[in-house]
Ligand binder design. Sequence first.
Ligand SMILES: Cc1cc2nc3c(=O)[nH]c(=O)nc-3n(C[C@H](O)[C@H](O)[C@H](O)COP(=O)(O)OP(=O)(O)OC[C@H]3O[C@@H](n4cnc5c(N)ncnc54)[C@H](O)[C@@H]3O)c2cc1C
Length: 459
Amino acid sequence: METPPSNLDIVILGGGISGLACGFWLQKYRPEQSFCIWEAKARPGGRIGSRRLEGYLLEAGPDSFVRQRPAMNELVSELGLDTRVCASSPQNAGTYVCGRQRLQALPQGLHLGIPTRPWMVALSPLLSLGGKLRLAMEPWIPRRANQQDESLGSFVRRRLGEEALQHLIGPLVGGIFGTDLEDLSLRATFAHLADYEQKFGSLTRALWNNPVPPAAGNFFSFPNGMQELVDALQVRLSSRLHTSMTVEKLGYQDGLWQVYSPSGGRLRARQVVLALPASESARLLKSCAPALSGMLAGLSSSSAAAVHLGWSRGRVGHGLRGYGLVSRYPARRSLVACTWSSQKFAGRAPLQEVLMRAFLRDSESLQVDEADDQRLLCEALSALRKPLRLHGQPNFWRVERYPGAFPHYHTGYLERIQSLNTQRSQFPGLHWVGPAFGSGGVPACVTQARQWVEGLDSA
Ligand SMILES: Cc1cc2nc3c(=O)[nH]c(=O)nc-3n(C[C@H](O)[C@H](O)[C@H](O)COP(=O)(O)OP(=O)(O)OC[C@H]3O[C@@H](n4cnc5c(N)ncnc54)[C@H](O)[C@@H]3O)c2cc1C
């Protein structure tokens, strides 16, 4: 690995997609800036990582991306990956809700659980007649006068009713954020829904006026998984990306940032970008910016775990015609969702086998960070065995862990980030990007990185 020069314009800390994308956009739009990326692990990509094992293609973290954000599409094109992109299998589009040991298909045409084709919900057994009538009243529910942040739970209950929350929106959204929907900030997660209400007075009218493109529900990846994106970025960034370089702490003196490695190496830069989890940023800033570090440490997050399960097709009684299942809301046990990976994308499992990935979160009976792998496997199997009619044991299983990986977007989160940004402005040249400071997801990280580069002049 090449040694980085000791004085640079910019140093980016963290080589996950946020840090890699910052480097990519800098190279493209600000080629005059000297920069490097320091990544602690031997391989870049952070949460993203795909590997082949016993004929299965396993995703460590994200298994797909959506294509609604222009920055994501631009990145994919610029990396020459357009011809590599593969869409999720259209014949399997759809998701099930796992109720009392039984699966029921979610109606087609939901946008974040909100019906765009109301007649599909009318035919669904998921809602009672009363629940459907309440949903149909949505256009006549008055818009909220108070424009302060509201929880997603309160918003959905108010506009669409309790049943829509429990059977449509809750199951789809509940498992993603790891925060009770009664405390999940609407403005931080689905601001466009709040805007729809204010602008159109109704979500139904808004979706009628802004039809969701039919492809919006599609997911995309690559034949060899999400790793292809990271590999292409690694090639593009070349010697500017330094792996196995853990940053130990940061210093700030005379308008320059000092980045220390455990071996005593020191790098100086005018600007530093923290593309790290908030807790790690807090640790690095502890000695040079204790107040800011304390505020960062106060941003909470939650953990999850996933169990990859490989089965012989003949041992799975369910038809698996979908991308997976989500648990009813509020979830009673640890299983929040299960992706049927080999049904979602081709080439994820050997012939006559299926690959699935069960997501587990903390529940009354299980703390995912404390449970051993065997316990997590048992939990996944006991939740899935009946609804999927699984027989015998899986041919293959692996556990992935995500300690503290999911930032909490509590109500009032945006105000908190605003105060953090105000405090940060006392330190010229300090920047941050990533899910803790905006929205999560690969396309959102890529977009944030580009916005950061676009704002560099005024930084
Ligand atoms: C299980 C799971 C499934 C997901 N599924 C999807 C999906 O399907 N689609 C989607 O769009 N999004 C998905 N996401 C979200 C998405 O993965 C994240 O939003 C995104 O990858 C975050 O990238 P990041 O670069 O900000 O952070 P990370 O990927 O966490 O990268 C941070 C990097 O910083 C490095 N680092 C930490 N400390 C130091 C240090 N001291 N010095 C140097 N380097 C350091 C780490 O090694 C790491 O590489 C998923 C997330 C998880 C956990």
